[in-house]
Design a protein around this ligand. Structure first.
Ligand SMILES: NC(=O)c1ccc[n+]([C@@H]2O[C@H](COP(=O)([O-])OP(=O)(O)OC[C@H]3O[C@@H](n4cnc5c(N)ncnc54)[C@H](OP(=O)(O)O)[C@@H]3O)[C@@H](O)[C@H]2O)c1
Length: 364
């Protein structure tokens, strides 16, 4: 399964909105076929592995990171392909929550008399495929908050400057995170302060498709100029409310951006964030990477919509006049603070990457 997972990872940048599945075929203790799903419309992992194995697939065990599909889509069902090739046993890490599959692939194989083991390597597969699983279960993307912070947890100095909190290794890693996300989201404050392009740059191999840039601007404050509005760089979606004037909306549309209107958030901080994220699911966004700033991050955490936190910690001390990581009210007392746990720590040159996620209910 570790080999199948590593194969699946090769499709992470190109397979979405499909899952980055990997498959190996094993016969007599030897891997006779390997495959991963590269892109929508292209062969599924099982089909690629079967093609490599040829006749050697007969009597083999198929090890797949996600349940084989059972429906006719752009490609024929993989469960059928495995049966026709004479595979003797199937080992699956996870059932596929996609409503088109959800247990039917495994059922099809078992009905045909092929034993199927489910759950082998499930934890590692769930970590690898987290954005896909989340998207299929909820209809909206996994929401990953990213920030560069000083040692004392500040995201910008008193004058708003924030670009060089971390060094080149951390910044290159953040471009990888963008490449792995199908949308990069910022608030109006960051768009005005930094004039960002929000593209995934210097990633090798180059990204086949840039993530959708998403600007949350409830009142039409961000003018339709600069790299964010250069359609040659990437597509841009503005999520706004009825408070944005017609002139702002027309300027965004004229610049080639998409514009969607949602209600105002209940606390008046900006757009309704659940509604904004719900717009992204149907656009094939499995992971939305939110790059700040503090006001937007604060709103997402308070709304319980932050699923992951990636902090790049750099060696500066900015003091309490600097911008915080989260603006706005927090819990009144420690007992009210939702526990998060650090799932990985990665040194990047002189800086440190912290991956964090909220503790699940059952772990508390
Ligand atoms: N270190 C880092 O990693 C990092 C990352 C990003 C930014 N920064 C720095 O952070 C500063 C900007 O941060 P900021 O806190 O001022 O602005 P921000 O969070 O980028 O944007 C806040 C604005 O976004 C709009 N918005 C729309 N919906 C929202 C919602 N539901 N909740 C909150 N805001 C919503 C609001 O403006 P409307 O009401 O007009 O829509 C709000 O005023 C800059 O100095 C930038 O350089 C640092």
């Amino acid at each position: 399964m570790a080999a199948a997972l590593a194969l699946g990872e090769q499709g992470r940048l190109t397979a979405p909105p499909n899952p980055w599945v990997g498959c190996v075929l094993v016969r007599g203790g030897e891997i006779v076929g390997r495959g991963f799903h590269r892109a929508p419309g292209e062969a599924h992992a099982e089909v690629v592995a079967l093609a490599e194995a040829g006749e050697r697939a007969r009597g083999a065990t198929a090890v797949v990171t996600l349940e084989p599909c059972a429906h006719f889509g752009r490609t024929p069902p993989c469960a059928l392909g495995l049966l026709e090739a004479g595979v003797r046993r199937v080992v699956v890490a996870l059932l596929d929550p996609d409503l088109k599959v959800s247990g039917r692939g495994v059922a099809r194989l078992r009905e045909a008399g092929v034993p199927v083991d489910v759950g082998v390597g499930a934890e590692a597969a769930a970590a690898s495929l987290a954005p896909y699983l989340y998207h299929r279960r909820t209809g909206r993307p996994l929401c990953l908050l990213k920030a560069a912070v000083s040692l004392d947890g500040r995201t910008a100095a008193a004058d708003g400057s924030s670009q060089w909190i971390t060094g080149p290794e951390a910044r290159a890693d953040a471009h990888w995170l963008r490449a792995q996300s199908q949308a990069v989201v910022v608030g109006a404050g960051t768009a005005l302060a930094d004039r960002p392009s929000l593209t995934a740059r210097d990633v090798d191999p180059p990204v086949p498709r840039q993530p959708l840039r998403v600007l949350l601007d409830a009142r039409g404050r961000v003018p339709a100029v600069g790299p964010l509005f250069d359609p040659a760089l990437a597509a841009t979606l503005i999520v706004t409310t009825a408070l944005a004037g017609r002139t702002a909306v027309k300027a965004w549309l004229d610049a080639g951006a998409d514009v969607e209107e949602v209600p105002m958030s209940a606390d008046g901080a900006g757009v309704d964030l659940a509604a904004a994220l719900a717009l992204l699911g149907p656009r094939g966004v499995l992971q939305a990477m939110v790059e700040g700033g503090a006001a937007l991050h604060g709103s997402l955490v308070r709304a319980g919509l932050a699923d992951r936190l990636v902090l790049y910690v750099g060696g500066r001390l900015l003091g309490d006049a600097g911008r915080p990581l989260l603006a706005g009210p927090g819990p009144a007392t420690l007992a009210e603070a939702r526990p998060w746990r650090v799932t990985a720590t990665t040194p990047l040159g002189p800086d440190l990457r912290l991956d964090c996620e909220p503790e699940r209910e059952q772990e508390r």
